[in-house]
Design a protein around this ligand. Structure first.
Ligand code: ASP
Length: 305
């Protein structure tokens, strides 16, 4: 039996001990990834996830999340959800309590209310300030932006580099895999923009038979490449985790020059990560470790075209 492990994006490290405690007492990978994600969602200092995540161009925090059970292939996702503290738990409820796999916008919020999910004011004073500064750089104010009939010029001019998300891939004592991704998405995005995080197969995928993968960075690339599913397919075809991570970034690099990162976990607990930007970390923890470890992601630069 493999040693239970959870692998995450670098900003997921503070969530790992909670999930590892679940795995150490024989709990499921699914429970572990949800618990880890909730820690980061509730942390207002992470400006890319949950409460304290950066808003869209209108100052509304729209959250995306998905969860995948690698054994049953049940999945649940929410996108552009406003006003709730734990989008990952709403995503899990979509998976477990209804007949659908994905709910968006007002429908997702309605569902969250119906199941009694915890509400939250996700725009904090700190992220409101960041938003106002960003608007100021574009010659706008909160009042002026709300009057604009055209948001596209502002979105095109101001927001390209702001990303961030947290993801968790877990392997439990029974050998089951699960994965969770949660994010406030592309900061100052167009209202209603949905990234890769809630798109199963793009930003998040796992299959207990082969492995798991999740992406961060410019989500549009993960959607265009179906990056997470492709990564798991490559594991299924026998590629090593580090080769899979490398090839996932190479695929993104082939499309555009934009920040892109991936984490990969095999059914044996081997893990790897790659990126096309300097200085990016990923994190992991096993039930045999006292604290989370972090390491640089392997760099796969785009290179001259
Ligand atoms: N992938 C996320 C998105 O596109 C953002 C990120 O991971 O940085 O919404």
């Amino acid at each position: 039996m493999p040693v239970p492990i959870i692998v995450a994006s670098g900003n997921g490290a503070p969530g790992l001990p909670v999930g590892i405690r679940i795995l150490a007492r024989g709990g499921s990978a699914l429970d572990a990834v949800e618990a880890c994600a909730k820690v980061i969602e509730a942390d207002p200092t992470d400006t890319s996830v949950g409460r304290g995540g950066r808003p869209n161009v209108l100052g509304e925090v729209e959250l995306d999340a998905s969860i995948v059970d690698g054994t049953t292939h049940r999945t649940g996702a929410v996108a552009a959800l406003q006003g709730y503290l734990h989008p990952i738990s709403v995503a899990r409820a979509v998976m477990e309590r209804g007949p659908h796999v994905m709910l968006v916008g007002e429908g997702a919020a309605r569902f969250a209310k119906e199941i009694g999910a915890s509400k939250a004011q996700n725009l904090t004073a700190a992220t409101r300030k960041l938003w106002v500064e960003r608007l100021r750089a574009a010659g706008e104010t909160p009042a002026s932006i709300r009057r604009r009939s055209k948001l596209l010029p502002i979105v095109l001019n101001t927001v390209r580099e702001h990303f961030g998300t947290v993801n968790f891939l877990a392997l439990d004592r029974k050998g089951h895999l699960a994965s969770a991704v949660t994010t406030s998405g592309w900061a100052y995005k167009y209202p209603g923009r949905v990234g890769d995080s809630p798109i199963v197969g793009a930003g998040n995928y796992c299959d207990t038979r082969y492995g798991a993968a999740a992406c961060t960075g410019y989500g549009e690339l993960a959607i265009r490449n179906l990056s997470a599913k492709t990564a798991v397919d490559r594991l299924a075809a026998g590629m090593r985790a580090d080769e899979v991570a490398h090839s996932t970034i190479a695929d993104a690099n082939a499309l555009e020059d934009a920040a892109f990162n991936v984490v990969v976990l095999t059914t044996k607990g081997e893990h790897a990560s790659a990126t096309n930007r300097e200085g990016r970390q990923y994190a992991w923890m096993t039930t045999e470790m006292k604290e989370a470890a972090t390491a640089p992601r392997a760099l796969v630069p785009r290179g001259p075209r």
